[in-house]
Design a protein around this ligand. Structure first.
Ligand code: C2E
Ligand code: MG
Ligand code: MG
Length: 641
């Protein structure tokens, strides 16, 4: 499926514009007039020398008329100048033919030249008129001589007549040379200009059909190519695969390395994709980090599986951008024509749905579209609608999970975890609806509600005497990027009357890869309010230590995927140990998530992990239950009253 842009060679030359033609003709008229004037002078002098006064006088009058023509032409009156010039020349020539040699006179030589000039520089009307006049003269001359009504005397061939003939031939050939030379030059210039115009037209067409960054076909051209190959696929009884590739976590790369490097990276991805595909496959870019591969002439699905694997393996090889080594993965959605339909937009939608389903299943993989996905896409839409409703009709609530000091066993904090009780579906996990809220932008409103409710709850516990308690709130990247997050936090703390030091904001690692100054400033202002910053699910992301220092982070929460297995897997235990040591060397406090047994809690204590959170102590629970936990635990209370 090659990308065939149309070529310039088949297009016709563009006609001369009216202005260009006028300037050209005026120019020629003036040049021919000067040459004719010069020639007339020479012949006139020659006639004077041989005493032919009458001819010399007529030539003198003609020279005067030509001078007038020159000025008329100089003022841009082409038609008037040309008509006067050619008519006077025709009349003078015919006069000489009548007076002297008739059809054997040298003056007859001027007629073809006059006709040529009138065709080139004057109008076709004048050409016809002059031709009729010439034919009439010639016929009349023949007639009167035939019937002896008038007799022309054929002049003897002499040096004088040879001179006159030569003069006429020279001026005629000079004028013809002048016209043809300039016409040729003009044609060359025109074809050059035409070529330039056509090249710019081609460039516009290319820009219209291609992505300017990678020079790959864009969506418009992809559709065109797809439509062409659908007909072929029908004839060959083969399949076309529309492969939708989205890079995983591209935003983090773009944010951390800057947009210029992000662009460079996308170009390299485009090159890499082109290098792993067959000649007949076409890679297109739809924008952002979305690439589409159109692949035709497939007979077996196994070939498409191989192709998708080749693409994933291709982009999994490291990229080197401005001294940084980048390792990325991609998620691929595949729709097939004719199996999933023949309409390009429809197939794009289906491949996109399959790609999202692949992302949901953990990324770095490929999925073929199937009917059920559309169903689940509809469900997602419905759920998003319901979530909007949930926000206003109090279907949301917060549960709190205790955070325990591993040395003393004391509850030192609570993590606020959102819960949604759907009127029909019952409890829905935040893992399912937080991504929806992020996609629909609802996370801003939802996050604000969580923050305000959580700090108020924490303040209540403080008032009950549990002043040691801190409250942890999960924060989505989208909330932070909104711009006024620190003001929101400040306002929530002020309204609840809670000190900033009692609030822990749990951020994800990928969020901190964002090098935007506004984000740095926001986190800095939060730190100035005393708010504690924690990295949630540590170990699952990029594990880049540079940002921990840059953002003045206070706490790491080790992901439960490592913690839950430390008593079974030596490798996970080694990872947890390394994280704890590294965190301590950076003066960071460590919280282990997902502690489900005494054994794990003991091991973490031995590894000098400060705090733990998990089902071993308690599942997330309602505020009332949490209070009971506080009251029944052996934790020393710090009642102020
Ligand atoms: P997270 O912040 O890492 O929260 C910890 C999750 O681990 C919670 O799941 C908790 O119930 C679960 N968990 C705690 N201890 C154990 C354990 O011992 N074993 C097991 N298997 N699981 C344990 P939950 O409540 O389903 O929340 C999932 C995620 O949803 C949270 O992960 C957080 O990323 C997100 N989330 C929850 N509430 C909010 C919120 O208000 N805002 C935002 N932006 N995200 C939230
Ligand atoms: Mg959390
Ligand atoms: Mg976590």
């Amino acid at each position: 499926m090659s990308d065939n842009s149309s070529t310039t060679s088949s297009r016709p030359l563009k006609p001369l514009s009216a202005d260009q033609a006028l300037v050209f003709k005026l120019d020629k008229l003036r040049q021919i007039l000067i040459a004719s004037e010069f020639c007339l002078m020479v012949v006139m002098v020659q006639r004077l020398l041989i005493g032919s006064w009458q001819t010399a006088t007529i030539l003198g009058v003609l020279a005067l008329v030509l001078a007038i023509c020159y000025y008329v032409a100089k003022y841009g009156r082409l038609q008037v100048g040309a008509a006067l010039f050619l008519t006077s020349l025709t009349i003078t020539s015919s006069y000489f033919m009548w007076t002297y040699g008739g059809l054997g006179d040298e003056a007859l030589l001027v007629f073809p030249a006059i006709l040529l000039f009138s065709a080139v520089i004057a109008s076709y009307g004048l050409l016809v008129l002059l031709l009729l006049y010439m034919l009439a003269t010639v016929m009349l001359l023949g007639y009167v001589n035939e019937y002896n009504l008038y007799t022309n005397v054929i002049q003897e061939t002499s040096l004088s007549s040879a001179f006159l003939t030569s003069a006429i031939l020279i001026i005629v050939s000079f004028s013809v040379w002048l016209l043809s030379r300039d016409l040729r030059n003009l044609l060359e210039k025109l074809s050059y200009e035409n070529l330039k115009v056509m090249q710019s037209e081609d460039e516009i067409l290319r820009l219209y059909n291609h992505d300017p960054l990678t020079n790959l076909p864009n969506r418009r051209l992809a559709k065109e190519l797809f439509d062409k190959s659908v007909a072929l696929a029908h004839r060959e009884n083969s399949k076309i695969a529309l492969i939708f590739l989205d890079l995983d976590h591209f935003k983090a790369i773009n944010d951390s390395l800057g947009h210029a490097s992000g662009d460079e990276f996308l170009k390299k991805v485009a090159e890499r994709l082109c290098s792993v595909l067959r000649e007949s496959d076409t890679v297109c870019r739809f924008g952002g980090d979305e690439f589409v591969v159109l692949s035709q002439s497939f007979e077996k699905d196994a070939q498409i599986h191989q192709l998708a694997q080749r693409i994933l393996q291709g982009i999994a090889r490291p990229f080197f951008i401005n001294g940084n080594e980048l390792i990325v993965s991609g998620s691929i959605g595949i729709a097939l024509a004719p199996n999933d339909g023949d309409c390009f937009d429809d197939l794009c939608q289906k491949a996109d749905t399959a790609m999202y389903s692949c992302k949901d299943k953990g990324r770095n993989n490929y999925c073929f579209y199937n009917q059920d996905m559309n169903q689940s896409e509809m469900e997602v839409l419905q759920l998003t609608q319901d979530l909007r409703q949930a926000l206003v009709s109090e279907q949301l609530c917060l549960h709190y999970q205790p955070k325990v000091n591993l040395q003393s066993g004391e509850i030192v904090g609570a993590e606020a975890l959102i819960r949604w009780h759907h009127p029909q579906r019952g409890w829905i996990s935040p893992v399912d609806f937080i991504p929806l809220a992020e996609r629909a932008g609802l996370i801003i409103e939802l996050g604000r509600w969580v923050l305000e409710t959580a700090v108020i709850q924490c303040k209540r516990w403080h008032e009950m005497g549990y002043k040691q308690l801190s409250i942890s709130v999960n924060v989505s990247a989208i909330q932070l990027r909104r711009g006024d997050f620190e003001v929101q936090v400040q306002e929530a703390l002020r309204q609840a009357g809670l000190p900033g030091t009692s609030l822990i904001l749990e951020l994800t690692e990928s969020l901190l890869l964002d090098v935007q100054p506004s984000l740095q400033l926001c986190l800095q202002k939060l730190r100035q309010q005393g708010v504690i910053l924690a990295i949630d699910d540590f170990g699952t992301g990029y594990c880049n230590l540079g940002y921990l220092q840059r953002f003045d982070v206070n706490m790491l929460k080790i992901d439960r995927s490592f913690v839950s297995k430390i008593n079974h897997s030596n490798q996970d235990k080694a990872i947890v140990k390394a994280i704890i040591q590294m965190a301590h060397s950076l003066n960071l406090e460590v919280v282990a998530e997902g502690v489900e047994s005494l054994d794990v809690a003991e091991q973490l204590r031995e590894l000098e992990c400060e705090k733990g959170q998990g089902f071993y102590w308690s599942r997330p629970c309602e505020a009332l239950t949490f209070l009971e936990l506080l009251q029944t635990s052996q934790i020393p209370q710090t009642h102020s009253s």
